[in-house]
Design a protein around this ligand. Structure first.
Ligand SMILES: Nc1ncnc2c1ncn2[C@@H]1O[C@H](COP(=O)(O)OP(=O)(O)OP(=O)(O)O)[C@@H](O)[C@H]1O
Ligand SMILES: [Mg+2]
Length: 294
């Protein structure tokens, strides 16, 4: 199910949170990156019909979300950034309850709840109060509730914050598996999550799309601008105040830093291949510079 976002503007009072966003999101897994406050959650909430647009249009499967919010809701599974659970229910009761809200029959609920609990590996804990669940278990329960009713569109807002690496990878693999026939829109700060799973990505900054395309294309934005320099620890401050450091490590009293820079740092950097995260930093830095000059 395709999402088409056309010239979308969203204001909170006088504050413009989304400023002319246009994006097409196709089947598969689509990653949404951007710094804190970029507008990712706002964009997702508008798509889910939880919030009205100010101007512009969002179409899901060709249907305008403002004109027919019911259509989107029927086809949507949403995992919000902050998931408020009914803490005193157990997983079984909670999913059954959400199934009722989604209009599933008793038989459909019985079947789906059982399958989903198995899929997210919570069968063993299904009779425990969800208030006592760990962060990872809550995330998995969040997925299960989103998948009730077999939605064609799944929107996941920053799911992996607070998960240990093993849970993160399990979560990511589950989403990848789901994205086969569906559209999965995933927002995250963890560039590695995008790299491992998304075929398309957009970067949002200050309410505007500053990049949209393949992850490899994003990475190429840092081509020729990533340098590795070996420095003395005492040189670090100078490096950091002059250049954007993307990584650093110490080995036997010397420091190896990677920096994003147009020119060779200290005249003794070695050009190296960029990582995806550095491509992301390159596009963010470019727009920050423009904003400074404005
Ligand atoms: N209900 C609201 N009222 C007023 N301003 C809001 C509201 N919700 C969000 N904002 C502002 O809109 C901007 C975008 O917020 P949003 O939550 O969409 O960003 P985000 O990209 O999801 O950030 P994060 O990475 O921290 O989750 C921020 O400047 C935020 O302060
Ligand atoms: Mg957010």
């Amino acid at each position: 199910m395709k999402i088409e976002i056309i010239d979308l503007v969203k204001d909170y009072g006088k504050f413009r949170a989304l400023d002319g966003v246009s994006l097409t999101i196709n089947r598969g897994m689509f990653g949404l990156l951007g710094p804190n406050g970029a507008g990712k959650t706002t964009l997702m909430r508008v798509i889910t019909t939880l919030m009205p647009v100010t101007t512009g249009q969002v179409r899901v499967g060709g249907i305008d979300v403002m004109r027919d919010p019911g259509f989107v809701r029927k086809n949507l599974g949403y995992i919000p950034q902050d998931f408020g659970f009914y803490k005193s229910l157990n997983a079984y009761e909670l999913l059954d309850y959400i199934g009722v809200m989604k209009g599933l029959t008793r038989i459909e609920r019985q079947k789906q709840v059982k399958t989903l609990l198995e899929q997210v590996n919570l069968t063993k804990d299904a009779k425990r109060r969800v208030g006592g669940y760990s962060g990872g278990m809550k995330q998995r329960l969040g997925i299960a509730q989103a998948l009730l009713g077999d939605p064609q569109l799944i929107i996941v807002d920053e799911p992996t914050a607070g998960l240990d690496p093993e849970e993160r990878i399990r979560f990511r693999n589950l989403l990848t598996r789901l994205s086969g026939e569906r559209t999965v829109l995933l927002s995250t700060h963890i560039v590695g999550d995008i790299e491992a799973s998304c075929s398309a990505v957009a970067v949002l900054n200050r309410g505007q799309v500053i990049f949209s395309g393949a992850p490899e294309t994003l990475m190429r934005h840092a081509n020729g601008r990533i340098w590795q320099v070996e420095i003395e620890p005492r040189e670090y401050e100078q490096i950091e105040s002059t250049y954007r450091v993307t990584a650093s490590r110490t080995a036997s009293g010397r420091m190896l830093v990677r920096v994003l820079s147009l020119e060779n740092p200290l005249g003794r950097g070695i050009p190296v291949e960029p990582e995806l995260e550095e491509g992301y930093m390159a596009v963010i830095t470019a727009t920050e510079k423009e904003a400074d000059h404005a």
